[in-house]
Ligand binder design. Structure first.
Ligand SMILES: Cc1cc2nc3c(=O)[nH]c(=O)nc-3n(C[C@H](O)[C@H](O)[C@H](O)COP(=O)(O)OP(=O)(O)OC[C@H]3O[C@@H](n4cnc5c(N)ncnc54)[C@H](O)[C@@H]3O)c2cc1C
Length: 430
């Protein structure tokens, strides 16, 4: 079974090895008072803390391990517009909110770009994200999406590639075509998270690391408790996502941890990098169980694929992922792998992030279903708005019904694993 993660250093990832800063914020000791206390320093926690600090709140962030230790510091780094489940919200509320949802879809992209520029965060941000069709029937989705985009965006923000162009621009025969969006892109996620934390600190926020929160004591000023101290605040934001076990009465069995895995090659030669991705875009296929990849700034191929819903990590991540990479790029047969790692993402049954509040002043948002680099930033802003009493966007999510799988987390994981098996089989159909 996957180990419980408490007070650990970063996993052995390419990102940890190339991090811009080795954070070393103090552990929480004694009594601290703040306007807002945030639990967890992934993107949800750090982006929310930065928004709050920008708005003049005093913020204390309490992290069990290190800033960006969880999924935020381990992911594929693909900056992809949207939040999963938005279409379900539109179905519930009708076309009247279509514009609000469209803006929400892009808000996280804009926030990331604004912050990278304003705080000079060095995180290798690049434009371009290609969604690729592994089967002809997926071309219909691309055509439909192009129509939607033409109605909203300047034509230069996207491209469609036919089979030949895709072969030429991605150096593989594996795809039938692609849709490429230049408002999306890719980046070094751990460096973004560390940079946003640093920006929040420069605006007066306080970060505590190596400080697992063990309990929330509710009240007019709730208390966030760790082994050696506590923070008292007007409001608390829970941002522990798939790694959190807090507030089980309200939050257990809503979000299920699924393991995602990535391998990183040695730096490729310029010729090879140019052959497989001359436009340096992030790539993801259109299957339910996706393969995704991109080049790092030093031209490694970072390839992620498959997802493990069983609660057990594979014995060898490389043995699990490398064959998937070689199916797309047989020309990398002799390229050495230098890193392999995994992390937990929070999966929600209906794919809509679960957002809400407990006892009026403890807010939470979790469960981006593998699509959270952008969504965490949008949701962070939505929670910061809610703390100040602006509930319009918050309520759109808080009103959505979520199914709680009865029984233990293990039972939930088995049900999710079974559901994904169905999708894996569907992905194999032509
Ligand atoms: C392998 C992988 C690849 C992915 N690829 C992509 C991608 O390319 N693009 C994309 O958009 N999304 C991707 N995702 C999803 C994305 O990374 C997540 O949706 C996002 O990072 C979630 O951020 P978060 O802050 O909510 O959670 P996390 O980043 O997991 O942060 C939670 C933090 O809370 C802390 N914490 C938990 N409990 C406590 C406690 N009791 N006390 C104190 N601290 C606590 C943890 O230590 C952790 O640091 C991927 C995920 C994985 C695992």
């Amino acid at each position: 079974m996957r180990a419980q993660h408490q007070q650990q250093e970063h996993t052995n990832s390419y990102y940890a090895a190339s991090a811009s800063e080795r954070t070393n914020y103090p552990a929480l000791e004694g009594a601290v008072s703040a306007d807002i206390c945030v639990v967890g320093a992934g993107f949800t926690g750090t982006a929310t803390a930065l928004t709050l600090a920008e708005r003049g709140y005093s913020v204390a962030v309490v992290e069990a391990n290190r800033v960006g230790w969880g999924a935020s510091g381990r992911n594929g780094g693909q900056v992809i517009n949207g939040i999963s489940g938005l279409e379900k919200i539109r179905k519930k509320h009708g076309d009247g909110i279509a514009d609000t949802l469209w803006d929400m879809k892009w808000r996280g992209n804009d926030l990331i770009r604004e912050r990278v520029a304003r705080y000079a965060i060095d995180c290798d941000l690049k434009d371009g994200f290609a969604e690729v069709a592994t089967k002809p029937r997926q071309l219909a989705w691309i055509a439909e999406y192009v129509e939607e985009r033409v109605a909203h965006d300047a034509p230069q923000t996207y491209e469609t590639w036919d089979r030949d162009q895709t072969r030429e621009l991605l150096g593989t025969n594996a795809y039938h075509g692609a849709f490429v969006c230049y408002r999306d892109g890719h980046l070094h996620p751990l460096n973004l998270c560390i940079g946003e934390a640093r920006a929040a600190v420069n605006l007066g926020a306080t970060f505590f690391e190596q400080s697992p929160v063990t309990n929330i004591e509710h009240g007019a000023r709730p208390r966030v408790v760790t082994a050696d101290g506590h923070v008292e605040a007007d409001a608390v934001i829970l941002a522990g996502n798939a790694y959190s076990r807090l507030e089980p009465k309200h939050l257990s069995n809503l979000v299920f941890p699924a393991g995602g895995y990535i391998i990183a090659t040695e730096p490729l030669s310029d010729e090879l990098a140019d052959e497989i991705n001359p436009k340096d875009v992030a790539v993801c296929d259109l299957n339910k169980v996706v393969d995704y990849y991109r080049l790092s700034a030093d031209k490694r191929l970072l390839f992620g694929g498959a997802c493990n819903y069983s609660g057990r990590d594979p014995a060898s991540i490389a043995a699990y992922i490398r064959p998937r990479m070689l199916r797309i790029y047989p020309q990398l047969q002799d390229v050495r792998l230098e890193y392999e790692w995994g992390g937990d993402m929070g999966i929600v049954l209906n794919r809509i992030p679960t957002l809400g509040r407990i006892n009026g002043n403890v807010y939470y948002c979790q469960g981006y279903s593998g699509h959270g680099v952008v969504g965490t930033h949008t949701m962070g802003e939505i929670m910061a708005d809610a703390v100040a009493g602006t509930m319009e966007r918050f309520d759109l999510f808080a009103d959505m019904k979520h199914f709680r799988i009865p029984g233990t987390q293990w039972v939930g994981n088995q049900i999710i694993a079974l559901g994904m098996l169905f999708y894996k089989i569907k992905d194999r159909l032509p």
